[in-house]
Design a protein. Sequence first.
Length: 258
Amino acid sequence: MRAMRKMYQFFLDKPIKKGTILNDAYEILNIIGAGSYGLVYLCRELVSNERKVIKQLRPSKHMCKKEVDMFKEEMSILSSLNHRNIPKIFETFSSNGSLFYVMSYIEGDNLEDLIFHKKRTFNEEEALFVLTHLLDFIDYLHSIDIFHLDIRIPNVMENNAEFYLIDLGLAQSPQNQQEMIEMKLQDYYDLGEILLYLLYTTFNSKYKKALPWTEELSLKPETVRLLKRLLQINQPYSDIAEIKADLQSALNVQADPI
């Protein structure tokens, strides 16, 4: 059954061909992403000649009301945002039964490509610096009751030391206080995982057996405290103000010897 479903999706979800004109306004230049329920294209806007990104709900998902509703929720959330480092949505449209939305194109590399393909490393201070940017994004989203819920290294872009947060496909607004607490902790935990990922880019193991990060990484106590609370090893953070205070403390001691 699963194999048949995969085959069905393979034939139905073929990307739209390069050169195709969408909505009489956008020429497809290339496909640049394929998620579990969306296909992402780099396009050229015919009138302005500017590059835009267009996301399409996979055709195989059209029969599932939940997937369609999630895609519409993503469009609604993006339409409500106004942050210079988060993609802006310009319009939505449907064509041949498919749903699309158009958003700004962000040039640069995501952290996954920087780390694994370009072999970029981040020392402790640089990793903390990235976290300051991510906190700014999350602070903005949480202030308008939106929770990203998918903060991972492929979803953080960098261009000329400027960072951007992308892909709000799983973002949600909580329905009650308990959901808000859980979503907030999820975003905080994801921030901790990204910070840990960045810190490991400079790590070279001397041992065959893997050890806990607290033993493998040589970090300032302030950074350890920050990580343990983000990852909920110690008392989790209750708000971003607490995180910012501990992050600033961790940055302040970076010039001091360990």
